[in-house]
Design a protein around this ligand. Structure first.
Ligand code: NAD
Ligand code: FE2
Length: 364
């Protein structure tokens, strides 16, 4: 990351906009000073907003970006910051409005260079063609998917994740694990992407608890950063499935963080999918170092228990009621999930409204 000031993209840019998550501002001070010292016009926007980024927040950021009209946008932060930085680079000076671009391949033609630097491990947004914004009026999370959102460069520096608190380390780590598992068990899984997925699963499962217990364990942090990057590489070509679809309402309507929502759902969705993914779930067990049992079915079950225990040991709640969700919300959650067809279509087993209610009920 210390090389950022000398990056060829920066050196070819007259004006640079940096969007930086507040907790990592101090770690970026020297780099920002170096970029300024090299004679470039630099504007730093501190990102300090709770929850998922909304359309209105993005529009506020866009006003500053439009006034500067940068040649390059640099995002440094978790998925929230990176998604905003990606959209700023694509939409500053673009005739398309942010409200018009949700969906796949509607956003077109980014002219501004884009560098992404993740500080959680993480969403893998630095590798993906996705950005997600919250529509506040309807509490809907909308995905903007376009190859123009893939950054020109990214710097993956585990040192930047050392300050991430245990809670966010756990939640964002399980999110990255979900990206790998949901790509590997996906209806549209691809042998080339499976390689990233399995390596990510291996790295994350072996290091998540270590990083939670000792945030300064740089080896564990490095493994998580790499695992998260592999997870991000799965998102463009294959993407996620029912865990992410079922978590949309938890994030959009109840403002549960993205990683936590996915983490609570993961074991139960894997169990639901098991009839269609027995071998793959057993193969995931091998990648996680779970001892094979007498049958594939038993190994797959042991694997799901292993994930549940890992998540629990990292301090993640296992029930919806623990995060304030009650039985009277399940129908709403299922309705929202069933609308996320983009992801549900990827799931190895069809999910009906009743199936969704069943999954939520079992983790209530
Ligand atoms: N674009 C994609 O491909 C993609 C994939 C998955 C999720 N997402 C989106 O990403 C968002 C979630 O991102 P996230 O899980 O990374 O969380 P986040 O960006 O919301 O960050 C979580 C918290 O951690 C803090 N933080 C970040 N880095 C830190 C550090 N190094 N030290 C101390 N504190 C730090 C942030 O300030 C924030 O309070 C959601 O909006 C989700 O929809 C996008
Ligand atoms: Fe995710």
């Amino acid at each position: 990351m210390k090389d950022l000031a000398e990056d060829v993209i920066i050196s070819e840019s007259g004006k640079v906009l940096l969007l930086i998550a507040k907790p990592v501002m101090p770690a970026l001070e020297a780099t920002v000073s170096s970029i300024k010292a090299s004679g470039r016009t630099v504007e730093v926007l501190e990102y300090n907003f709770p929850g998922e980024p909304s359309f209105s927040l993005f529009e506020e950021l866009l006003v500053t970006s439009t006034a500067l009209n940068p040649d390059c946008v640099v995002g440094v932060g978790g998925g929230s910051v990176l998604d905003c930085a990606k959209l700023l680079a694509a939409l500053t000076g673009n005739s398309q409005k942010v409200q018009d671009v949700p969906g796949t391949n509607i956003l077109k033609g980014r002219k501004i260079s884009l560098i992404c630097i993740p500080t959680t491990s993480g969403t893998g947004s630095e590798m993906s063609p996705n950005a997600i914004l919250l529509k506040e009026e309807t509490n809907e999370k909308l995905g903007i998917i376009s190859p123009d959102l893939v950054p020109d460069a990214c710097y993956i520096d585990p040192e930047l994740t050392v300050s991430l608190p245990r809670k966010f380390t756990a939640e964002t780590g399980i999110d990255a694990l979900c990206h790998c598992i949901e790509a590997y068990t996906n209806k549209f899984a691809h042998p080339a992407v499976d390689l990233y997925a399995l390596k990510g699963i291996e790295l994350i499962s072996a290091n998540l608890l270590k990083a939670c217990n000792d945030g300064s364990d740089i080896e564990a942090r490095s493994a998580l950063s790499l695992g998260s990057m592999y997870g991000g590489l799965c998102l463009g070509p294959v993407n996620t499935s029912a865990v992410h679809a079922l978590s949309y309402g938890l994030g959009g309507k109840f403002h549960i963080s993205h990683g936590l929502a996915n983490a609570i759902l993961l074991p139960e969705v894997l169990k639901f999918n098991m009839p269609s993914t027995l071998s793959k779930t057993a193969q995931i067990a091998v990648a996680m170092g779970v001892k094979p049992c007498a049958t594939e079915k038993e190994t797959a079950k042991a694997e799901i228990e292993f994930i549940r225990e890992l998540s629990k040991s990292c301090g993640i709640p296992q029930h919806l009621t623990e995060i304030g969700i009650t039985a009277d919300s399940l129908e709403d959650l299922a309705t929202i999930a069933l609308n996320v067809k983009r992801l549900l279509n990827n799931n190895p087993r069809e999910v009906s409204f009743e199936d969704a209610i069943g999954i939520y009920s079992r983790i209530l």
